[in-house]
Design a protein around this ligand. Structure first.
Ligand code: NIG
Ligand code: FE
Length: 424
């Protein structure tokens, strides 16, 4: 085999290399296959992967540049950079008072109905300067990167007016240009009904459909359209109306579905050909069937049940057995799940949803890539793909869910450059 490209970085002496080589997405028993190579190495050329293989295969190659940097992984686990496929990172004020109210017995929806929740974040965001939002969001991205996350999906949804939704999407665009994390933008104008349209749903939906979506599409501010389909927020009919317009305008679809009650959100996502339906704590059996046959990815957000101090988690095992592709995400937001740690979601997936470490790794890499419509492009380590790599402070990949609530990241490499940890 001849290779024109020269290696610029070699990672050697890897104890366990998780390549995620194989199907994207992984369904059923495929989730257990993490493409593991023991005693492995990786060669990187510029910003992409040049080769993966056993140490002998990689170190035996003669086509390495003389100036090639070498990282000795010292028997560590190495994986693809993690992908967080559902986040709401653009906000200023946090809502710790609501966290305490919930601990005293108020539900998320009771707080929302009395004017708190998403609407309180909306009031805050509308009066916050873009520069402040940039700075606060950047801090969250820095923290995500430190946990091994190299790509995220990021939503608007705290503006709920033409001007403020655009402001949020511009923050996402501008941070994507300067931050090491790649941000994939989602328009979530239908996250709630803003205070001024509480009793005029149709008028607000008209603004979304006839003003916001055209501007978002024309200015290429988002790739996806999302909606909070839930009892007391957007009904199934309202959701179908918004998402049909979004799809016609060229946006791909995501849903917040069946998070607090079973309303048929999973079924609607499948019917409209959504890329993903997210939450799904209360998904029906029909919804599971519909998602499996439509190939809609289920993005599970166990941090939300955890932080709402709920008892019920999404039925991950049932979905896996039914052939639904599962991804995991933080849902990082100031209300229902304030965490930037995707590895902690792997711990919750194990303890609360009985997912294995291998299944969790698939769900935060290759399947998370599929949930942002990057199947075969991200979340795997194979020649030609971006060199987004995590070197972990662990020798067995099963430590990730087991050694919980600590940061096990040793180094993060984004497009071939060491961005966390010392450069060799
Ligand atoms: O995914 N459910 C709707 N949206 C977010 C919560 C947003 C908020 O409370 O600020 C979620 O849980
Ligand atoms: Fe969310």
């Amino acid at each position: 085999m001849t290779h024109e490209k020269k290696a610029t970085l070699l990672i050697t002496n890897i104890g366990q290399l998780i390549t995620m080589e194989g199907p994207a997405p992984r369904i059923g028993s495929q989730l257990k296959d993490i493409g593991l190579i023991e005693n492995a190495g990786i060669a990187v050329s510029g910003d992409e992967i040049l080769a993966v293989g056993t140490s002998d295969e990689i170190e035996g190659r003669a086509d390495l540049a003389e100036s090639c940097k070498v990282i000795d992984a010292d028997r560590a686990v190495v994986s693809p950079g993690l992908i967080d496929p559902h986040t709401h990172p653009v906000f200023s004020r946090t809502r710790e008072e609501e966290f305490e109210m919930r601990l005293q017995g108020k539900s998320y929806m009771e707080i929302a109905e009395s004017g708190g929740g998403i609407r309180s974040s909306v009031r805050d965001l509308r009066t916050t300067d873009k520069s402040v939002l940039m700075e606060k969001t950047k801090q969250r991205l820095d923290r995500m990167l430190s946990y091994g996350v190299t790509t995220i999906e990021a939503k608007s949804g705290y503006g709920l007016s033409v001007e403020s939704e655009i402001k949020q999407l511009e923050v996402i665009r501008d941070l994507n240009a300067v931050h090491q994390i790649d941000l994939i933008p989602t328009f979530l104008g239908a996250h709630e009904f803003p205070d001024e349209y509480r009793d005029r749903h149709d008028e607000y939906i008209n603004i979304i459909n006839n003003e916001m979506i055209p501007i978002v599409v024309e200015n290429k501010l988002a790739e996806f359209s999302d909606i909070f389909t839930e009892e007391g927020v957007y009904t199934i009919e309202e959701s179908r109306a918004v998402q049909t317009v979004a799809k016609k305008a060229g946006l791909k679809l995501k849903f917040h579905a069946d998070e607090l009650e079973s309303v048929g959100g999973g079924e609607l996502a499948a019917e409209l050909g959504a890329i993903s339906a997210d939450h799904l704590v209360y998904i029906s059996d029909n919804g599971i069937k519909a998602m499996a046959s439509a190939g809609t990815i289920a993005v599970l957000l166990p941090g939300t049940t955890f932080s709402l101090a709920g008892k019920q988690y999404a039925p991950a095992r049932k979905m896996i057995e039914s052939g639904v592709a599962i991804a995991l995400s933080t849902d990082c937001n100031p209300g229902s799940s304030y965490s930037e740690s995707l590895p902690f979601m792997a711990s919750l997936s194990a303890l609360q949803m009985k997912m294995t470490a291998a299944e969790a790794f698939s769900a935060i890499t290759v399947n998370a890539a599929c949930a942002i419509d990057r199947a075969g492009q991200l979340g795997q380590l194979k020649p030609g793909l971006p060199a987004d790599i995590v070197i972990w402070d662990m020798n067995d990949y099963r430590e990730l869910p087991y050694h919980y609530a600590v940061n096990l990241v040793r180094k993060v490499i984004k497009q071939g450059k060491v961005v966390i940890g010392r450069t060799p």
